[in-house]
Design a protein around this ligand. Structure first.
Ligand code: NAD
Length: 361
């Protein structure tokens, strides 16, 4: 079958990851277009990744009949509109995390894609990260007995682009940015059980001069099967990206450090080019990672999505997944605002961005 033809919306950080991922799966997919509004950025990106077409308006990309699937790597506040426009243009949609800003947007995205008969795929790469997949395979085999606690942490020194720090554009701080991964991870790892309640402790510990968002949070998710998920999200940990999990059952446990655990413990007095995402320095002791995209699962994720478009696989991460995460995000912010556990289903109305459920209290 022919390769799935992909257009990328956005041309910076995550766009590079997606482009690298698609180039790593040449048997399944190819890049045919990119769109990004800043003059010259789309053209530079297209040149760097050898993409034939570059546009400054994503709606032009959507009019390109070649494009079968788009990957949305634009700021959070734009995800819903771009996804809905893409569905109306008959394109399958891969949407980066978090799915959107509000539950109303999530429903509108899901409905627009269903109505148009296109897939809405939620880009949660932790479902494809090889170490985490191995941990889940062992758990599903019964290696740890009944799993009652799953922890995931994603921590670094803070985002690379100004819009993440502006809650009007991002919808929230470290929980919107990083916690969404951990929420999805715990839910997926435990077999997608119903979420019973959410408790979250949030604070702005270090970056109060830069953001109204939380830069530090611990979120506890209680599932209907009795298991608990614990998600740690931080923008206050220098030294490079730290992404790790812990899994506990009555018959065993496992620990996985996605990046440092797969890196080369390295000492250099003079430094070198690149160690790992968000590492400010390569002097002294560092943890340079190899095959960074593969460790995250980006090529594996895009391979799965391309195969879903061709009907060879069934999506394991879709709009409904993103919606589950969105509801837990709402509950986490409301919990931080009210200082108590929030029971699900939780669907307050009139919310324009999740962080208001914390800050408006
Ligand atoms: N899965 C992951 O691990 C992961 C990692 C990083 C970012 N992300 C997500 O990807 C998205 C993008 O983040 P990023 O880090 O690439 O941000 P970024 O700031 O590096 O890039 C954002 C891109 O969006 C473009 N953009 C802005 N307005 C646009 C518009 N109207 N139309 C088209 N493009 C527009 C910008 O020009 C830029 O190219 C966010 O939702 C973020 O949460 C996911």
């Amino acid at each position: 079958m022919s390769k799935v033809k992909i257009g990328i919306v956005g041309s910076r950080f995550q766009a590079d990851c997606i482009a690298g991922a698609v180039k790593a799966i040449p048997e399944e997919a190819e890049l045919v277009a990119v769109a990004s509004p800043t003059k010259g950025h789309a053209a530079d990106f297209a040149k760097r990744h050898r993409i034939p077409q570059a546009f400054t308006d994503y709606r032009e990309l959507l009019r390109d009949p070649q494009v079968e699937m788009i990957s949305i790597t634009a700021p959070n506040r734009l995800h819903a509109q771009i996804a809905i426009d893409a569905a109306r243009a008959g394109k399958h949609v891969v949407c980066e995390k978090p799915l959107c800003m509000t539950l109303e947007e999530a429903d509108a995205m899901i409905n627009a894609c269903a109505k148009a008969g296109v897939l809405l795929l939620y880009a949660e790469e932790l479902f494809f990260a090889p170490k985490y997949v191995k941990a889940k395979q062992m758990a599903d085999e019964g290696a740890f007995g009944r799993v009652h606690l799953v922890k995931q942490g994603e921590k670094h020194s803070g985002p690379h682009s100004p819009w993440f720090w502006d809650v009007e554009q991002s919808g929230g701080g470290a929980v919107m940015d990083l916690g969404c991964h951990g929420i999805a991870f715990c839910w997926w790892f435990l077999g997608k059980p119903k979420v019973k309640s959410v408790y979250s402790q949030m604070a702005t510990q270090v970056h109060g001069d830069r953001t109204q968002g939380e830069d530090e949070a611990i979120t506890i998710i209680e599932f209907a099967n009795g298991a608990v998920g614990m998600v740690e999200s931080s923008w206050n940990r220098p030294g490079g990206m730290d992404d790790s999990i812990e899994v506990f059952g009555d018959k065993g446990q496992t620990y996985a450090d996605m990046l440092m655990g797969n890196a080369l413990p390295t000492y250099s007095e003079v430094g070198f080019g690149y160690a790992v995402e968000k590492a400010a320095s390569t002097k002294g002791w560092t943890y340079p990672v190899f095959e960074e995209h593969w460790n995250y699962g980006f090529p594996q994720e895009m391979r799965h999505f391309a195969r879903c478009v061709r009907g060879k696989e069934t999506p394991i991460s879709d709009g409904a997944t993103g919606r589950v995460v969105q509801e837990v995000l709402y509950a986490a912010y409301a919990s931080a605002g009210e200082g108590r556990k929030i029971a699900l289903p939780f669907r307050p109305t009139g919310v324009t961005k999740p962080i208001d459920l914390w800050k408006a209290r």
